[in-house]
Ligand binder design. Structure first.
Ligand code: G1P
Length: 291
């Protein structure tokens, strides 16, 4: 198994948690400040060393492809007006990496979406990044996982500790600790009730996977919600080939949730030097009005 150069970003979901915004716009195109969520995810991949991103899309999601392409009309207008800063912003997205899109024609679940990317990934280990989770980290989360993969030569998923009452929102792992950050996964359960959770270690959607996962996904029956679950395939991978869970370092935001989205928006705004003091003033104004 070589080094990891390819990543899959599943982006075929309907985004019903964010209606009405997602009625005509893919949820992945909703911005945090001025940057679509999927661009934040693609940036994490590229900063981790990924060279080719496979986006699994669906009908009515063409704007995602357009976003990673050139917009000649816009670029031409910006050039003629001498707006070189804006021109750079527009063109940098098209230049950031090679993007290949492939359609998931039926909504059969996350596992099926990953399997849809198999013809493009081929027989190489690859990363998967889910678009609802933004992880702000000094070393990008995917890079942290790639480093573990390169040391251990085993598939690895990122995990974080969640409160017991939240286990039913995530894939949860259980297993034997190898050290303070690394667990050898023995079981993996999709969204268990707290009483059935094997631990409080949850995956926010960052995976480095051996390509054998495709063979496993082909024989994984529909699971929770009648969908082919990536988690169920990972459980088989853990048994047959080995799977590690790594407690990555970084702040994670669930941008698929309204409050998580607001949290991410404020956190990212406060990290922008040109916005920080004005945003703090706005926040203070609201705090005063509430007291
Ligand atoms: C998916 C996965 C789940 C994972 C979660 C992270 O669920 O199935 O295992 O923990 O993403 O956000 P979803 O949130 O898409 O229902």
């Amino acid at each position: 198994m070589g080094t990891i150069k390819k990543a899959v970003i599943p982006a075929a979901g309907l985004g019903t948690r964010f209606l009405p915004a997602t009625k005509a716009i893919p949820k992945e195109m909703i911005p945090i400040i001025d940057t679509p969520m999927i661009q934040h995810i693609a940036e994490e991949a590229v900063q981790s060393g990924i060279e080719q991103i496979v986006i699994v899309t669906a009908r009515h999601k063409e704007s995602i492809e357009n976003h990673f392409d050139y917009n000649y009309e816009l670029d031409d207008t910006l050039e003629k007006k001498g707006k070189s800063d804006l021109l750079k912003i527009s063109q940098d997205v098209a230049k950031m990496c090679e993007v290949i899109s492939i359609r998931q024609k039926n909504p059969l679940g996350l596992g099926h979406a990953v399997l849809t990317a198999a013809p493009v990934i081929g027989n190489e280990p690859f990363a998967v990044l889910l678009g609802d989770d933004l992880i702000d980290a000094r070393v990008p989360c995917t890079r942290q996982l790639m480093d573990i993969y390169e040391q251990e030569r085993q598939s690895v998923i990122g995990v974080m500790e969640v409160p017991l009452e939240e286990t039913s929102k995530y894939g949860i792992v259980g297993g034997a600790r190898k050290n303070s950050k690394l667990t050898q996964v023995e079981v993996m359960v999709e969204k268990p009730e707290p009483k059935d959770a094997p631990s409080q270690l949850a995956t926010p959607g960052r995976y480095i996977l051996d390509p054998v996962i495709f063979d496993i996904l082909r024989r994984t029956p529909a699971g929770k919600g009648g969908e082919i679950q990536l988690t169920d395939a990972l459980q088989i991978l853990a048994k047959e080939k080995g799977l590690l869970a790594f407690e990555y370092e970084g702040d994670r935001y669930d941008t698929g949730d309204r409050l998580g989205f607001i949290d991410a928006t404020l956190a990212f705004a406060l990290k922008r030097p040109e916005l920080k003091s004005s945003v703090l003033e706005i926040m203070n104004k609201h705090l005063r009005e509430q007291s």
